[in-house]
Design a binder for this molecule. Sequence first.
Ligand code: PMP
Ligand code: GLU
Length: 394
Amino acid sequence: MNQLSDRILNMSTSATLAMAAKARELRTEGKDIIGLSLGEPDFNTPDFIKDAAIQAIKDGYNSYTPVDGYVELKEAIITKFKRDNNLTFTLPQIVVSTGAKQSLANIASVMLNKGDEVILPCPYWVSYSDIVKLNEGIPVEVKTSIDTDFKITAEQLEAAITPRTKMLWFSSPCNPSGSVYSKTELRALADVLQNHPNIFVVSDEIYEHINFVGGHESMAQFEDMYDRTITVNGVSKAFAMTGWRIGFIGAPSWIARACNKMQGQITSGANCIAQRAVITAMEADPSKVQYMVDEFKNRRDLVLELLNGIEGFKTNIPEGAFYVFPNISFYFGKTYRGTTINNATDFSMYLLEHALVATVAGDAFGNPDCIRISYAASQDQIIEAIKRIKESLN
Ligand code: PMP
Ligand code: GLU
């Protein structure tokens, strides 16, 4: 008899982390795998941030932290929100967590009741759907396609709303499509929500700085959305700090208070040394990490150019983050040595086996016609990986 809870048995394993683990395992078996699966910058954390962490250790930061984060960090986050997003928050509106993933988990657990619907424009970041389901919410997927740059329209949002709709969750720049919503596009979605005052929005802006079109736009900038938008952000991506595990929200204070209460029973405050280091990251001008953004843009151009040379890869032009999400349905139904590729998972496994390149199947992001390729890898690795993909498909 299985003694585990239905809750965990019904949960899917994170596809991004599973593929990264698989690639690691194959590498230990001696296989030369190129990993384009994990959304993790290959850069080092900038020295000025590392130095702040070392200083924090020397200064004796070793105790439990306030559950919602050090006041100095929350103040630095408030300054960041004002400087970068023109959003005004006060201390009770900020909660620092152990990664934006925990911020999202907090939000779902404090906002959702059984049967509440959460609209997820597809493709969405892999964990949204399981975090919602874990909290007895119902993910409502809204399909988009490459022809609309994987963005939902106002009409699609309106059509997805029911009396049970509680929230809309989305990321811009988007993981996995790299799409960036313009101010006009966000306003069009906000206009729809005007008629539905009980719907809350999670605006996941963790890729904010990795934007190749310039200006990042926040949903909370609209006065009529401010009181029902939870802005999620963190340092994993732009500051190359995935392992430091710091994320945060700016939210209506009653939601922040609830997240604080939840976190107080589950994990307590985030790591003290990481928090001290993130104060420095928040205070830094974003131009300090522009070199990474510039390099990501070069890699995006390289990936698109190389993928366009392979039959059956249909791409759009991602405007941010560090992913491309090509439609590879051209290969469905094709057979190689007795194995037929029926879906993106089969295709991704084919690439792993025959090209020794790790990608992630689009199924986990709510789009089974695509695969996600992360270009958070060196240009040499990208060139070699796509060469191998091309050869394996020939
Ligand atoms: N949101 C999105 C869209 C992401 O890609 C990630 C990447 N892990 C996260 C949230 C969570 O980030 P973290 O927990 O590392 O702060
Ligand atoms: N967000 C990254 C990704 O999508 C990291 C892995 C994860 O946390 O799922 O690959």
